[in-house]
Structures are given as structure tokens and as C-alpha cells.
Write a protein that binds this ligand. Structure first.
Ligand SMILES: Cc1ncc(C[n+]2csc(CCOP(=O)(O)OP(=O)(O)O)c2C)c(N)n1
Ligand SMILES: [Mg+2]
Length: 363
């Protein structure tokens, strides 16, 4: 059957720093030396937080935790491009975004220790609570963007999710809505190539995730998610476009989940060392460090100082965490429903009475 093309599309790829930290000068974003050092410092802080969270979990001092190792450039680079008035809708693996956004690390630790007070994020941070159900926050972000548009607020809404979430209906509905109404949303997909044990090739037959935006009538591009300059530049452009009425953008940050899915997972059961190894060589922090060294922005004493400051800040947050009075057991009910149903109320009272009976009796 003779056929002729009626529309042709392409998906663009952006990389600025190669794996050895060599830049393409024609693509470099406008960042001062001080800002480049800030990007490095935020990535180191995110990694130290991550390492500490894993250690705390192993010591029984934190609940199940979802590590971010390998995704620091995707998270820090995109969060750094946002302004304080923009809105952030995180999924659950966005601790680097939260840290750049100024969410106290004590609260991030609290969240991962199952303490509901970790979700009481100060309103002025414009940062929505963690979404554990995969993808359900994506339509919420589109809704917030719709509200901003109707109110003529010149803000962007950034929504974060993984490769797995792009197979959810929520994702497609939100993308469709954003496309039709040209909503000011930036869809940040961290394609870390795994949805727990499901590799991205078993998640979708599409060769890129970025191309999914084309179906909804707006731009999708793929960036090297371990190259902080590429992520920052793409994010900055998309955010400005959203704020100035240009509509949505989908950014696929191609990265890799270097650790287990969570502390409840053992990736060695479905992923070989040989699969992981090439990605260890693409470490986003090392890549920026190599570049900075050639620009005299990184020296060993500076590196040590950054690490020591990150260690100090994280240790301080752990101290703050452990100084908190224990949470009220009733919180887990109160934070779930505005008004408790009678069976839930009964369960809550039963739990509180049970705990009261276990308290040491006063003579
Ligand atoms: C609605 C829903 N279904 C299933 C799960 C269980 N689950 C937790 S994380 C996850 C995979 C998510 O993969 P991806 O979107 O790529 O994010 P990543 O974990 O890689 O950051 C699944 C299936 C869930 N949390 N919510
Ligand atoms: Mg994933």
C-alpha cells in the first residue's frame, strides 16, 4: 500500500559535558563560577544525605528508604533552575530536589522514619508532599498549573516522576490536559532505567520516553541526566517558557539508579554487576568535578571542605531528628482522613487504649 508521510517528528538529545567532564563550549549555560560551585556543593550534600539515610536505616533508626545515588545531577540541576514562586510536585525519590528547595533535612529524615510531621512542609517552599502512589501526583500538578494559568500567576509547575510512571494512566491524562490548555508545567522524568525490577525496555516499546510528549502536542527532549549542565539548561529554558505562556515541556533525564530500589530491595537478584559497571563510570558528581578541576574551581582542599561541611550539616539534621519528641500514634489516623470513619475511630481508640495499658503504672 503506497503511503506518504503527513507529519515528521524528531526527538532531540542534549549533552554539554561528556563523560570525561569536557564541555561543548557552544552549549554552556550562563552560570558564574560561584554558581557552578553551588551546583557541586548541592550534589555532594545530596549524596551525603543519601549515604547517611542508608546507614540510619541499617541501624534501625529510619524506615524503608529509596536511595537517589546516581540521580544527583538530574535532581539538583532541575531544582536549581526553579524560582521560589514555582511549584514542585515530587514523587518519592526526590531528596536532592527537596534539599535544594530548602526543605529541612530533618523533615526529609522524619518522613522516611514514618513520622507524619515530615510532611508538614512550610507552605512558602511551594513543595507538595511526597507521592508514594506512582504517578498520582501528575494530574495534581497539571491542576495546579491550570489554576496558575487562570489566575495569571507567572509561575511554572515542576512535576517529578520516574520512567515507570509513564506507563500509568495518570501520566497520560495529565500530559493530554497540559497539551490542550498549554499549561505551565515542566514534566521532569528521571529515566533511571528501572521500575523496581522492571527494566525500561519491558516498561514500554518506545525507544525514548521524550517522544511521548509529541503525541500530546508539545516538546519532549532527552537530556543526559548525569550531566548537570544539560539538565540545568533544559530545565531553565522549559521553566521560562512555562512562565511566559509557552506551555508545557517534557524533559527525560536519562540517568541510572545506582543503588537498590529501596532498602527493602536487593537489586543483585535482577541486575548483574556488569550492567551496573558502565554507569558507575558516569557518576554525575565526578563528571562535574573533572570539569571544575580544569577551570581551577576544584582543588583537593576545596573538595575536602565541601565534604566536611556536608557531613556537618547532615549530622546536625540527624541530631535535630533525634531530639524531636516521639510522634503521637494517633497521627497516622489523623493524617489519613480529615474526618475519621466510625471503624477507623474505633481502631484508633483501640490502639490508644492498648498503648495506655502498656505504659508503666505510677504508684
Ligand atoms: C500506584 C502504585 N502502584 C505500584 C506501586 C509500587 N511501586 C513503588 S515504586 C514502583 C516503581 C516506580 O518506578 P519509576 O516510576 O521508574 O520510579 P523509580 O522508583 O525508578 O524512581 C512501584 C511499581 C506504587 N507505589 N504505586
Ligand atoms: Mg525508574
Amino acid at each position: 500500500m503506497p503511503r506518504k508521510p503527513i507529519k515528521q517528528f524528531s526527538v532531540e538529545w542534549l549533552q554539554i559535558l561528556d563523560e570525561l567532564g569536557r564541555p561543548d563550549p557552544s552549549l554552556m549555560p550562563a552560570l558564574s563560577p560561584k554558581e557552578i560551585q553551588s551546583l557541586y556543593e548541592w550534589m555532594v550534600l545530596s549524596r551525603v544525605f543519601d549515604e547517611r539515610a542508608l546507614a540510619l536505616q541499617r541501624e534501625g533508626r529510619l524506615g524503608t528508604y529509596a536511595p537517589i545515588r546516581g540521580q544527583e545531577a538530574s535532581q539538583v540541576g532541575s531544582a536549581y533552575a526553579l524560582g521560589p514562586s514555582d511549584w514542585v510536585f515530587p514523587a518519592f525519590r526526590e531528596m536532592g530536589v527537596g534539599i535544594v528547595r530548602g526543605i529541612p533535612m530533618r523533615m526529609l529524615f522524619q518522613y522516611w522514619s514514618g513520622d507524619e510531621r515530615g510532611s508538614e512542609i512550610p507552605l512558602h517552599r511551594h513543595y507538595f508532599p511526597t507521592s508514594i502512589p506512582v504517578g498520582t501526583h501528575i494530574p495534581h500538578a497539571a491542576g495546579a498549573a491550570f489554576a496558575a494559568k487562570l489566575r495569571k500567576d507567572p509561575v511554572a509547575v515542576a512535576v517529578y516522576f520516574g520512567d515507570g510512571a509513564t506507563s500509568k494512566g495518570d501520566f497520560h491524562e495529565a500530559m493530554n490536559l497540559a497539551g490542550i490548555f498549554r499549561l505551565p508545567v515542566v514534566f521532569f522524568c528521571q529515566n533511571n532505567q528501572w521500575a523496581i525490577s522492571v527494566p525500561v525496555g519491558r516498561q514500554t516499546a518506545a525507544p525514548t520516553l521524550a517522544q511521548k510528549a509529541i503525541a500530546y502536542g508539545f516538546d519532549g527532549l532527552q537530556v543526559d541526566g548525569n550531566d548537570i549542565f544539560a539538565v540545568y539548561r533544559a530545565a531553565k529554558e522549559a521553566v521560562e517558557k512555562a512562565r511566559t505562556g509557552g506551555g508545557p515541556t517534557f524533559i527525560e533525564c536519562l540517568t541510572y539508579r545506582m543503588a537498590d530500589h529501596t532498602t527493602a530491595d536487593d537489586a543483585s537478584r535482577y541486575r548483574t554487576e556488569a550492567m551496573l559497571k558502565p554507569w558507575l563510570a558516569k557518576d554525575p558528581i565526578e563528571r562535574l568535578r573533572k570539569f571544575m578541576e580544569t577551570q581551577n574551581l576544584w582543588t583537593p582542599p576545596y573538595g575536602e571542605q565541601v565534604r566536611a561541611e556536608a557531613d556537618r550539616r547532615v549530622a546536625e539534621s540527624v541530631r535535630e531528628l533525634e531530639e524531636q519528641p516521639p510522634p503521637d500514634p494517633a497521627d497516622m489516623f489523623r493524617y489519613t482522613y480529615y474526618e475519621l470513619t466510625p471503624p477507623l475511630k474505633e481502631q484508633m481508640d483501640g490502639l490508644l487504649n492498648f498503648l495506655k495499658d502498656r505504659e508503666p503504672k505510677k504508684e
